[in-house]
Design a protein around this ligand. Structure first.
Ligand code: HAM
Length: 417
């Protein structure tokens, strides 16, 4: 027997209610904040992610699905949405539109990770990007939108964690301070962190290893080493978050796993502990558009995993609306009635009434059993007598009440129901 590849799963009909509900709420919140939908290809030139996400990141080093197509092009399955959206912003000349340009996406992403609860190789993200504005009030708005999205779903007991990791002017100096702090303690670091010291020292701060965590807790804080412009941006961000009534915590160990971030980084985490507890994260990436060949363009965004949201809805026992099924089942007795049933089903559907056609060769009893398990509200029964009289039997499946009525009245009656 074949199985879905490791780290992927089918979204079977019973699970679709969660996905539809979350994606509908995502589209609703995007509209409320003025974001327009964009869809980008599922694969891109590998170079886009090398430059965009960063060659030293875990995503690019260990997790991308890269392949060469028959034309010899090096392509990569999209591991995240920000770099592709920035590519599209440039490709479609969106820098000529009124700024910021606000775009959202709901899409599958691919990362070759070690699968565990909440961490998959194929997963879906709702993400959004606001490109072309450096105002810290926009940072607060982007964070507020994430927060209100979870509120609209009923997910509570969340923590908003923020940090500022500075800009190309102040970060190099901070990294030197950080490396100096770690230099005398290299022997305490895990093997990954020994490599990070050289390649990506900022990531020393978010290692999950116990002894690395202890070191990180006492490490120099980026938000205390910001240049005056970044310090002002961070102060204003906090001011606007207070204005919006968003409760935040500052954590100097929050650095995020993608290289493009500048200044504001943030994550939203549920109260439960666990390695996969982050439900969404984002930040500012003022250098990315330029890195991809555009003019210097400030921007920021956020993304959240649909599966992790569904897990939180389930954990909190939050109900999701059922996807409505057909309202009526059309049963028949005898071959002539079968033809009438097929015709009636077609007519009902043309009038917008969702109808199920009884399968052939079953007794009326078996047909009614099937109607019951399909969960329809009504069953129409047609037999030879009804055809002669131009009527149908309409059975209410909840009360078992059954009425004979003129066939011509059926559409109008069901339409009203
Ligand atoms: P990220 O933190 O890599 O950021 O992913 C955002 C969210 O996607 C995570 O918080 C998590 O909910 C979900 N996610 C990530 N990896 C997996 C996985 N393997 N399985 C299940 N869910 C996962 C980004 O992707 C950035 N592009 C966010 C952003 C947008 N920054 C600026 N704009």
């Amino acid at each position: 027997m074949y199985q879905a590849p490791r780290g992927t799963s089918d979204i079977i009909p019973e699970e679709q209610a969660y996905r539809l509900y979350i994606e509908q709420k995502a589209a609703d919140i995007a509209r409320l904040y003025g974001y327009k939908r964009i869809d980008t290809p599922v694969f891109e030139d590998t170079e886009l992610f090398l430059r965009g996400v960063g060659g030293a990141t875990d995503i690019v080093q260990k997790e991308i699905y890269t392949f060469e197509d028959r034309g010899g092009n090096k392509l990569t399955l999209r591991p995240e949405g920000t770099a592709p959206v920035c590519r599209a912003y440039l490709e479609h000349g969106m820098q000529n539109l009124s700024q910021p340009v606000k775009l959202f996406y709901i899409e599958a992403n691919y990362r070759y990770e070690r699968p565990q609860a909440g961490r998959y190789r194929e997963f879906r993200q709702f993400g959004y990007e606001a490109i072309g504005d450096s105002d810290p009030a926009l940072d607060a708005e982007v964070i507020d939108m994430a927060w209100q999205f979870y509120v609209s779903l009923g997910i509570n007991q969340l923590h908003l964690i923020i940090n500022s990791i500075g800009c190309p002017n102040c970060r190099p100096q901070y990294l030197e301070t950080l490396k100096a702090y770690y230099a005398s303690q290299v022997q305490t670091l895990c093997n990954d962190c020994k490599t990070r010291m050289e390649k990506n020292p900022l990531r020393l701060l978010d290692c999950k290893n116990d002894s690395c965590r202890q070191l990180a807790a006492a490490a120099p804080r980026s938000y205390e080493k910001l240049c005056p412009e970044c310090a002002e941006h961070f102060a204003k961000l906090k001011y606007f978050l207070n204005l919006l009534g968003l409760p935040y915590e500052i954590d100097h160990c929050l650095v995020r796993g993608l290289d493009y971030y500048t200044r504001t980084v943030f994550e939203i985490q549920p109260e439960i502990e666990g390695a996969q507890s982050t439900i969404g994260g984002g930040g500012r990436y003022d250098g990315l558009i330029e890195e991809l060949g555009g003019k210097p363009t400030p921007a920021l965004g956020f993304a959240t995993g649909i599966e992790r949201i569904a897990a939180n809805l389930k954990r909190q026992n939050l109900p999701v609306p059922l996807i409505p099924g057909p309202i009526v089942f059309v049963a028949y007795l005898g071959e002539t009635a079968r033809e009438a049933a097929v015709k009636l089903c077609g007519e009902l559907r043309k009038s917008g009434i969702a109808a199920l056609q009884a399968p052939g060769g079953k007794s009326l009893k078996a047909q009614l059993r099937q109607a019951n398990s399909a969960g329809v509200r009504y069953t129409v029964i047609i037999g030879e007598d009804e055809i002669k009289a131009g009527t149908v039997q309409l059975r209410d499946m909840t009360t078992s009440e059954q009425n004979n009525l003129p066939a011509g009245q059926l559409k109008e009656l069901l339409g009203k129901k």
